[in-house]
Each structure stands twice: as C-alpha cells, then as structure tokens.
Design a protein around this ligand. Structure first.
Ligand SMILES: [Zn+2]
Ligand SMILES: [Zn+2]
Length: 305
C-alpha cells in the first residue's frame, strides 16, 4: 500500500521557458519513490527548489519529443551521475524514444555512474510497478505523442466469512493479494471473491500535448486529478487546435466527460501573462479547476478518490 502521493509542478509553461514558467515537467512522489512526467529544460533546478530529492526519481516518462517536454533530460542525467547515483534509471517514451534518448544521452564527455534503460510505450501499454501501474494512450498531436495515467492499485480487505465460505487455505491469502487471483485445485479464486471493502486507488492522469480527443476519455476515466494542457483561450481555438493543442475549455470538457474529480491546467502559451481568461472559460464547464504554477506542490489524499 502506498503511504502518500504528492504532485510537484516543476514546469507549467508551453513552447519555451519564460521568466515565470519553465517548460513541462511534473513530479509524482509515490510512497518512497518518484517519477517524472516530462522533463523540460531547467527541470533539475526546479527540483532543487522543491521538497523532492533528485535521487528519488526512479522513472521518467516523456510524452513526446518537442523540445519543451524533454530538453531537461541530458542535464538531469549528468547531474545524477556527478552525484554518484548507482540506482538504475528507467526512461519511457513514445515510438522513436530508444534512438532519440540514446543519442541525447551520448552528448558530450561524461561517464555515467548508473544504468539507464529506455523503453517505448504505445497506445494502450500498461506497465505494472507493484503498487501502481502507468498506462499510455496515443495523444492527438502532430508527432508521436502519449498521454499517461498513473493508477494506485485498489486495496482489498479480506472477509473471514467469505474465506470460510470459499474454503481457501490461509497460507494462500498472501499469494492471492499479490497476484489478484489464483487457481486452487481447478477453482479460480480472485481477491474480490474474498473481500468485503474495496478501497479504490488514486489516479493521476497527464495529457501531455494533445487536442481534445474522445479516445483519451477512457484513459482519464475517474481520475482523482487530471493534469491537462491548456495552451490558449477560446478566441484562438482554431489556431490552438490546428497545432494539436487544447483550450482551457477543451480540457474542462475532457475532465467532465471522464468523470475526473479535479482538473489542473498547465502548458500555457508564453503569450499569456495572465492565465485567468483560460481558467474562467474552463470553470464554466468544470468548476473544480485550478491553474498550475511552477513549484506548486499538492498532496493527493485518499479521501479525494
Ligand atoms: Zn508542448
Ligand atoms: Zn508538442
């Protein structure tokens, strides 16, 4: 079971960094380890200003290879190496990630103190990390791009009556908890057969760069927090969508249709100093909407599921 889940907004702007916003990067501390969704330029200096240790980052998920989503990677990796990191680092990305990331990490002269594995994810890929999974769906953007959802596993409470009723040996319970279901002498027994209360896990979804797309509703379904790009306001909707992006209102419609609990907007065009017009258009559709700012941190509580 995961003790706590905390979100860190390291970069909340789109396209290029400004005085006030770095480009896209979100940290999620899941219990004792942390992951990143995207790693825009300057991510490492933002991490240093936050309460998250750089060494806790175990996996990095890159949504796509536009500069505002990945150019922070070589700097971050080289710093980790200078710190003498030994723990392996996992990097995930869309089609082409293996070549692009290998090329990127071979820049310049340095020696890596730890192993890096690079894996490509596709539409519908789900990876199981023990206490949680990360799933990717194809996003609607002009280059290969992914949206992600991190889902804490549901937890179950065994019910003594049901265990007796199904006649399941006690020594098998731990195995059932771990695997979800097992076969006992020809009978398939699942954890749901033996449990009464089910605590649903927290779910954090991240759009990356995308147009509003019905395909993504399934990925975002029942998110505790949906972090969605909102590049511009409705008066520029045609242009925003033509470049494969969303307005704040588009993001809000995705939150509503996916039955998400909270929406956090980010990836604003550098043209905006004042984000309030984007926020108010979104709130007309989905009231529980907030703007992300760099260095904002947020605890995702179990009670919010
Ligand atoms: Zn972008
Ligand atoms: Zn992009």
């Amino acid at each position: 079971m995961i003790s706590s889940i905390r979100l860190y907004f390291f970069g909340t702007g789109g396209s290029w960094p400004t005085q006030f916003r770095n480009t896209a990067s979100i940290g999620i501390r899941v219990g004792e380890e942390a992951i990143l969704f995207d790693c825009g330029e300057g991510t490492q200096t933002r991490i240093m200003k936050s309460s998250l240790s750089i060494m806790k980052i175990k996996r990095i998920f890159i949504s796509h290879f536009h500069g505002d989503h990945f150019l922070g990677l070589p700097g971050l990796v080289q710093t980790m190496s200078l710190y003498g990191r030994e723990e392996p680092l996992e990097i995930y990305g869309p089609s082409g990630a293996s070549t692009i990331i290998s090329d990127l990490l071979s820049l310049g002269y340095y020696s890596l103190s730890f192993d890096i594995s690079i894996k490509e994810m596709h539409d519908g890929t789900t990876i199981d990390f023990g206490d949680y999974t990360v799933q990717s769906y194809r996003a609607s953007h002009p280059v290969p791009a992914l949206s992600f959802a991190l889902k804490e596993k549901d937890s179950f409470k065994f019910d003594e009556e049901k265990i007796k009723e199904k006649n399941v040996p006690r020594k098998m319970l731990e195995k059932i908890r771990r695997l979800g279901e097992i076969n006992i002498e020809g009978r398939t027994i699942s954890i749901k057969d033996l449990s009464s209360e089910i605590r649903r896990g927290r779910k954090i979804s991240y759009s990356g760069d995308t147009r509003k797309d019905a395909h993504l509703i399934e990925l975002f379904k029942d998110s505790t927090v949906l972090i969605h790009e909102a590049t511009g306001e409705m008066s520029l909707a045609d242009k925003v969508r033509a470049y494969g992006h969303s307005t704040g209102r588009d993001a809000a419609e995705q939150a509503l249709l996916s039955n998400s609990k909270k929406l956090i907007l980010m990836h604003f065009s550098p043209r905006y100093n004042d984000i309030n017009p984007i926020l108010s258009e979104a709130k007309q559709v989905f009231e529980n909407t907030e703007i992300a700012n760099d260095l904002m941190e947020l605890e995702v509580k179990l009670s919010e599921v």
